[in-house]
Design a protein. Structure first.
Length: 270
């Protein structure tokens, strides 16, 4: 059995009196690819931020390799281990990019981990080539297109070679070609037994990439947790969780009910 990477026990989080998550519990093992699905405002992004130690549970606990991810722990020796092994990609790359050049963006993380400068340079040059973004090497991030920014944001996380990748809406704002680029990169990393947790509305990405799906409903609790094929085939569950929707229209005397998402066909008529 693979090593348990995360253990989430009875976690709730609130912004003042407003709950973002209520009594969430699950575990993630090494090498798993987990998709987090839910409607807007259900707490998906908050969950990923907690897994990255950016915010902390109001109640309950999150453990990484057996150590609780807390403010105190992230001030001590645990901090380096955690930041070396966990990488987080924000939904908006502008939040993530701040260095003068793309090269500097990719070098920033390894330098913070105090790797030798020559090793950092080799790592960055190799990553630029591997990801097909060498032409952006000396560009300022603010001059890039949205797709190019996303590529650089992902590359800046990969530069620390994390074991765990947390991706919040990874296809947000990407054109079709860049989505294919992203999927190919993720597949390559998956073959290296990386652990993935991604929050997304992109059901096709989850269907193609995730082996396991966790659905968070509009009550901010876990509505389902199971194999992707099983969860994604449960139309009633996806409708209840507001992940897909239906609308009705008429053709003469015939009424059609359309679903959207993986069930985008004329499901019923009368």
């Amino acid at each position: 059995m693979n090593e348990e990477v995360y253990k989430i026990e009875g976690v709730s989080f609130s912004y003042g009196k407003l709950f973002a998550l209520k009594d969430i519990s699950f575990s993630i093992c090494q090498g798993e690819s987990v998709g987090i699905l839910g409607a807007n405002g259900t707490g998906k992004s908050t969950l990923l931020k907690m897994l990255n130690g950016l915010v902390f549970p109001t109640h309950g606990s999150i453990k990484f390799l057996g150590t609780e991810v807390s403010e105190d722990a992230l001030r001590g020796d645990f901090l380096r281990c955690f930041r070396e092994r966990v990488g987080f990609v924000f939904p908006e790359p502008d939040v993530q990019l701040f260095c003068p050049t793309v090269f500097d963006e990719l070098a920033f993380g390894p330098l913070q981990l105090e790797l030798p400068r020559e090793e950092v340079k080799k790592r960055v040059e190799s990553l630029l080539e591997m990801l097909g973004i060498a032409a952006l090497r000396d560009r300022a991030p603010y001059t890039l297109s949205s797709g190019e920014k996303k590529k650089v944001a992902i590359a800046s996380v990969l530069s620390i070679n994390p074991d765990v990748l947390l991706l919040d809406e990874p296809t947000n704002g990407l054109d079709p070609r860049t989505q294919v680029w992203l999927f190919e990169i993720l597949q390559r990393l998956k073959e290296l037994k990386k652990t993935f947790v991604m929050s997304t509305h992109d059901l096709s990405l989850v269907e193609d990439f995730a082996e396991r799906v966790i659905v968070i409903d509009e009550a901010h609790t876990i509505a389902a947790d199971g194999p992707a094929t099983k969860v994604l085939s449960d139309k009633d569950l996806l409708l209840r969780a507001n992940i897909i929707h239906e609308h009705t229209h008429r053709h003469g005397n015939i009424t059609h009910i359309h679903s959207h998402g993986p069930f985008s066909t004329h499901d019923e008529h009368e």
